[in-house]
Design a binder for this molecule. Structure first.
Ligand SMILES: *[C@@H]1O[C@H](CO)[C@@H](O)[C@H](O)[C@H]1NC(C)=O
Ligand SMILES: *[C@@H]1O[C@H](CO)[C@@H](O)[C@H](O)[C@H]1NC(C)=O
Ligand SMILES: *[C@@H]1O[C@H](CO)[C@@H](O)[C@H](O)[C@H]1NC(C)=O
Length: 615
């Protein structure tokens, strides 16, 4: 009898534990949050919404697991009335349903903070609210389960010499989703990317409601499923295969002579063609360079602000670009310290290396974009100079160099209050770029080495070489892969779209980096993981503050620190749609919005150890 009772208790306890685990991983499918007209902390909207969200779960529990309602019964008298709907899906048991009902309200405000209308689907239930009454019409939108995994695999396949990549990711609950992306090996990287990203784009419409699927074509292949995939990597090609030219083993002497002669003639012809092509290309390049220079001159002369310099002026300012004036070496050239006597001004002069086409492109976009921007947290462009294939940019001098140097220097550690000030300053620069200027500016390379510090450690965002202007309505830009590994949004690489969300991702990594004093790629117990994963693991275990930079010796304001880290996690959410806007980040950092309560990611360990952690 006693043993039976014990067994019963054990079974109940186990059930409750599983149930608790499931509750922890109540993760939304890509949510639909309205972004315009958001409500503020103490508006009538917010009160009505809170009231509505508080009543829905209990009402649904009493009403056959479905309920539709509104915040007040007399719509005419309350213009701020809110409407909502909640329901369980039938493939879950009662415990899961009730659990989902009870958590969905809190979860939706975390996922869509400040939204006037929102719709979120979880595995066991769906919740939506709106400031307009619910339309009882079928919505044909299909949500997709594993877009991120497949996007990452597509990017990895594109980059791999074998044009294939496989991997897995924790799926909703405790399951694992496996995937494979592969191209035929005749395709170059960009063609492979074109194929797989097109297929990834089709996943939603084809398999939105499936836990597995295959898209296969003549050039590429995508597959995902909840069970492990047996992947067999191809063996290396054998040498004999490479040497075989298709000739038969019993070729006659005549055959060989003819073959050799034809071969030599062919080689000569090909060599001749190559020479012609090279000459033609060189001429065309020169013509292009000339054309580009003229176009740039015309365009830049019209703008106000920065001015054109003569090369000699800059050569004098830098002692003919002597080594002693050199401040550093960048991707596309060197930077020199200079003094302009006429203007009585210390400047930094960037000399773009001549031959690089990419360098010229970046030069043009720097002058085009940054010369039109004015903000105290952006590096000021003083002028430019081009001619004779020389390209030079003149900036205000930043005596304290870039942020990364200070973040990782041994002796000169940045205090928390300074770091916090720098965080706010970068955020306000990005706010200006994304939302406050006449067009939306995507920086595309936000990282500590592009944050410069002036004499009094004011932070200024610089290096606009990769920046792009887009309309406020579009907020994204189709592009080739650009940016810096570690700071680059994984979603962006695959879709070939730079967007405000991909800038936000990079900024999120920088926030975590400043708080933790670690570079984006972390080595922990011989494991190489991304800083974002490391910090979100700690967050899942409820100990984010363990991530704080030990060099601060515990000297920091815990409230501010927590906000910087949580904002960092919010910005680096897997799903672009769940990331904060820069305005929301600024509000969180300035303590104007409550801390976001982010869904905790499941740990990257096996499910049994998750259970023990939760006991
Ligand atoms: C990819 O497939 C190989 C071969 O089956 C396997 O060893 C490897 O673990 C897989 N990688 C991932 C990330 O699943
Ligand atoms: C890749 O291949 C396509 C088609 O052959 C070609 O148009 C494109 O220029 C190639 N891209 C690169 C970067 O070589
Ligand atoms: C799932 O999606 C496919 C295609 O999108 C559709 O044909 C099918 O009816 C859907 N199944 C369910 C159960 O919704």
């Amino acid at each position: 009898m006693a043993s039976r009772l014990l067994l019963l208790v054990a079974v109940v306890a186990m059930h409750m534990q599983l149930y608790a685990v499931d509750a922890k991983t109540l993760r939304p499918w890509p949510p639909d949050c309205s972004t315009t007209n958001g409500y503020t902390g103490n508006s009538q909207y917010k009160k009505n919404l809170d009231q509505l969200l508080a009543t829905l779960p209990a009402a649904a529990a009493e009403n056959g697991w479905f309920y539709e309602g509104s915040s007040s019964s007399s719509p005419a008298s309350d213009p701020d009335q809110m409407f909502g709907l909640i329901m369980c899906y039938a493939d879950r048991d009662a415990a899961e349903c009730l659990d989902c009902l009870s958590q969905a309200s809190a979860a939706i405000t975390a996922v869509c903070p400040g939204s006037r209308s929102a719709r979120v689907v979880y595995n066991p239930c769906v919740l939506q609210y709106s400031d307009a009454s619910i339309r009882h019409e079928a919505d044909l939108t299909v949500l997709i389960c594993c877009l991120r995994l497949m996007s990452e695999l597509a990017a990895a396949a594109t980059a791999s010499p074998l044009r294939l990549a496989n991997g897995s990711t924790p799926y909703l609950g405790s399951e694992e989703m496996y995937g494979l992306a592969q191209c035929t090996r005749d395709l170059n990287g960009s063609e492979c990317a074109r194929c797989v990203s097109d297929y990834v784009g089709q996943l939603g419409s084809r398999f939105g409601n499936k836990t597995g699927g295959v898209i296969k074509g003549y050039s590429c292949y995508l597959r995902f499923q909840v069970a492990p995939l047996a992947v067999t990597l191809p063996p290396a090609p054998s040498q004999s295969l490479l040497l075989a030219t298709g000739g038969s083993s019993s070729s006659s002497k005549i055959g060989m002579v003819v073959g050799v002669s034809i071969g030599s003639v062919l080689i000569l012809v090909v060599l001749g063609l190559c020479m012609c092509f090279l000459l033609w290309r060189r001429r065309r390049k020169q013509a292009e360079l000339h054309e580009e220079t003229r176009a740039m001159e015309d365009e830049f002369e019209k703008g106000l602000g920065p001015k054109q310099f003569q090369y000699v002026e800059l050569a004098i300012a830098t002692d003919n670009f002597s080594e002693t004036h050199k401040l550093g070496e960048g991707g596309f050239g060197s930077v020199y310290r200079g003094f302009l006597k006429d203007m009585n001004l210390h400047v930094a002069i960037k000399r773009v290396s001549k031959g690089s086409r990419q360098g010229r492109k970046e030069y043009a976009s720097e002058v085009r974009i940054i010369s039109r921007l004015r903000h105290r947290n952006l590096v000021l462009l003083i002028g430019w100079c081009h001619g004779d294939g020389k390209l030079l940019l003149v900036y205000e001098l930043m005596p304290n160099g870039s942020l990364d140097k200070h973040l990782y220097s041994v002796d000169n550690r940045l205090s928390w209050s300074l770091r916090h000030k720098i965080v706010l300053e970068i955020a306000s620069a990005i706010l200006y770029l994304h939302e406050e200027w006449e067009q939306c500016v995507l920086h595309r390379d936000i990282k500590p080495s592009n944050v410069m510090l002036d004499a009094s450690f004011n932070a200024k965002l610089g290096d606009f070489g990769l920046a792009r202007l887009v309309d406020h309505a579009r907020r994204s830009h189709t592009t080739v892969l650009a940016g810096t590994f570690g700071y680059m949004d994984p979603e962006c690489g695959v879709r070939g779209m730079a967007s405000v969300q991909s800038d936000i991702y990079s900024f999120g990594v920088v926030l975590l980096e400043i708080a933790c004093g670690r570079s984006p790629i972390v080595v922990l117990d011989d494991d190489v993981i991304h800083l974002v994963c490391h910090v979100s693991d700690l967050h899942s275990q409820g100990r984010v503050l363990d991530a704080v930079d030990p060099r601060l010796n515990g000297e920091f304001d815990a409230q501010e620190m927590k906000r910087v880290i949580m904002a960092g996690l919010w910005c680096t959410q897997d799903d672009q749609g769940m990331r904060a806007s820069i305005r929301q980040v600024v509000s969180v950092l300035r303590l104007e919005l409550p801390l976001p309560s982010l869904a905790k990611r499941p740990l990257n360990t096996d499910p049994s150890s998750i259970e023990t952690n939760n006991v």
